[in-house]
Design a protein around this ligand. Structure first.
Ligand SMILES: C[S@@+](CC[C@H](N)C(=O)[O-])C[C@H]1O[C@@H](n2cnc3c(N)ncnc32)[C@H](O)[C@@H]1O
Length: 194
């Protein structure tokens, strides 16, 4: 019965949270932990440490199972808030966090209103799941502290060029890095938020 209800929610009503929960439950995103994803995470960790040394307040949108926070390590942030639409992913992230400076929340980026302000807001392979990517970036950028930065990664795919063009019009670029791994190409951009 539960399987049928889950199927109807995912396939008939196309409820986002149920679709993502299903994919995490089936292990379809386990590949994010693999070696060929290391470069993508490492570039973000490098930017965080270089651009906001010390203890920045970090918000990660669409954090999945918390892989970035684990790679960043507790000494490199003052406060870390990770959000994702999948409660299954968030539960796993919270269980693995082992850190009182870190908070994980279930939230849809299209409606989420953060508490407080952040030095960095990170969208790591997630912005293209927003209904309105540019609007979402613009709305969430209002929760940046003065001088705050957005870090956005987008894997190369047929819609990525258009997405970057839209984003370019909204935010000045501070820096960018392209990584090429056995899996594919990923662009990471650091954008000035205000
Ligand atoms: C490709 S995964 C990337 C996960 C993580 N950022 C990483 O790189 O390991 C995309 C993530 O976006 C989340 N997501 C999709 N739509 C979302 C939404 N509307 N609001 C918040 N998170 C969303 C999914 O649950 C999933 O965890």
């Amino acid at each position: 019965m539960n399987t049928l209800i889950s199927f109807i929610k995912r396939k008939v009503f196309r409820i986002n949270r149920d679709r993502w929960n299903y994919q995490y439950e089936k292990g379809l995103w386990d590949g994010l932990k693999a070696l060929d994803e290391l470069a993508r995470f490492s570039v973000i960790v490098g930017y965080v440490k270089f651009l906001k040394p010390g203890q920045p307040d970090v918000l990660e949108i669409g954090c999945g199972e918390g892989l970035l926070q684990q790679r960043l390590q507790t000494q490199n942030y003052g406060r870390y808030v990770g959000t994702d639409i999948s409660d299954l992913a968030i539960q796993k992230a919270a269980n693995d966090a082992g850190d009182t400076k870190c908070r994980y929340l279930v939230a849809d980026m299209d409606t989420y209103k953060p508490e407080g302000q952040f030095d960095l807001i990170i969208f790591n392979e997630v912005i293209y799941y927003s209904k309105h990517p540019l609007k979402t970036l613009q709305r969430l950028a209002t929760f940046l502290k003065p001088g705050g930065l957005l870090i956005v990664t987008i894997n190369d795919h047929k819609h990525s060029a258009k997405l970057w063009t839209d984003i370019k019009d909204g935010f000045p670029l501070l820096d960018e890095t392209t990584t090429l791994t056995s899996k594919g190409t990923c662009v990471c951009k650091v954008l000035r938020g205000n």
